[in-house]
Design a protein around this ligand. Structure first.
Ligand code: NAP
Ligand code: GCO
Length: 264
């Protein structure tokens, strides 16, 4: 029988206070995993703890910036001591800055790369030794449409997410022999706080032009919801995907397959 169960497993979901991270953590919990999560701000961790309480999910939350290697290592040591060795890492924490490249400060470019690409490297590096000792592990990186496509104003984000696709493949290559599977989920356009500016109603109540654009580019003719990512996450976190490695599973309603609706 195909095993989707996560009973007895410990999952760390970075940036797991709300949005995609919360939905994925909820799904892993429903499949039996014990959940720990981190965010960079105390207030966000508190917000996340309240959400998990409302969902009836027992979690441990950490204030930890994924770009701070010393803090990440300390968090992993504490998790291993108080919850258990980490079986599943979801590198979800991420930011975006939408600035035309010629106007983007190098510091802004670096910060996005630091959080969206270096952060996953730091977190994976911190959990891999424990996974090797256990003889198994699952690393799920949260990539993006921008792992494949560019668009105006997101040069830093696309560079980070393209790099994250290749980091996924490299962890697969380097640690597959230790029974560690590293895959990625590539969400399409998902309705979260991160994309709220792209969906804001216009003054006259009409849809934001970008909102209409995405709906025209998506065969499913809708934005995704964080819940659309729950099943794919359980699959990639479970034994059901033990021979899937280095793969980016796009959960995008078909955007990448579609040239776009012909203008009327
Ligand atoms: P979101 O609503 O902005 O949530 C991001 C989470 O990451 C927050 O909990 C945030 O909390 C945390 N975070 C940010 N910087 C951090 C840091 N340095 N250290 C630790 N935690 C940090 O984002 P989302 O829409 O749920 O997206 C989650 C992931 O999916 C991101 O990697 C994003 O790039 C990716 N993604 C999103 C979409 C989409 O359409 N929404 C599509 C494809 C991929 P703090 O601010 O308190 O740290
Ligand atoms: C943007 C959006 C996208 C989504 C997502 C798409 O400004 O284009 O924020 O980047 O966040 O990454 O997969």
């Amino acid at each position: 029988m195909v095993n989707f169960s996560l009973e007895g497993k410990v999952a760390l979901v970075t940036g797991g206070a709300y949005g995609i991270g919360l939905a994925i953590a909820q799904a892993l919990s429903e499949a039996g995993a014990k959940i720990v999560f981190n965010c960079s701000r105390r207030e966000t961790v508190e917000r996340g703890l309240a959400s998990y309480r409302k969902l009836g999910i027992e979690v441990k939350g950490y204030v930890c910036d994924v770009t701070d290697e010393v803090a990440v290592k300390a968090m992993v040591v504490d998790i291993e001591a108080t919850v258990g060795a980490i079986d599943i890492l979801v590198n979800n924490a991420g930011i975006i800055k939408r600035i035309p490249m010629e106007e983007m400060a190098v510091e802004d470019f670096r910060r996005v790369i630091d959080i969206d690409l270096v952060g996953p490297f730091i977190c994976a590096k911190a959990v891999i030794p424990g996974m090797i000792r256990k003889g198994h592990g699952k690393i799920i990186n949260i990539c993006s449409m921008m792992s494949e496509l560019g668009r105006e104003t997101v040069s830093a984000y696309a560079s980070a997410k393209g790099g994250l696709k290749m980091l996924t493949r490299n962890i697969c290559s380097e640690y597959g022999e230790h029974n560690i599977q590293c895959n990625a989920i590539g969400p399409g356009y998902i309705a979260t706080e991160q994309t709220a500016p792209l969906r804001e109603r216009q003054a006259d109540g009409s849809r934001h032009p970008f909102d209409s654009f995405i709906i025209s580019k998506t065969p499913a003719a809708r934005w995704g919801s964080p819940e659309d990512l729950m099943g794919p996450a359980v699959f990639l976190a479970s034994d059901a995907s033990n021979f899937v490695n280095g793969h980016v599973l796009y959960v995008d309603g078909g955007i990448l397959a579609y040239i776009g609706k012909q203008p009327k």
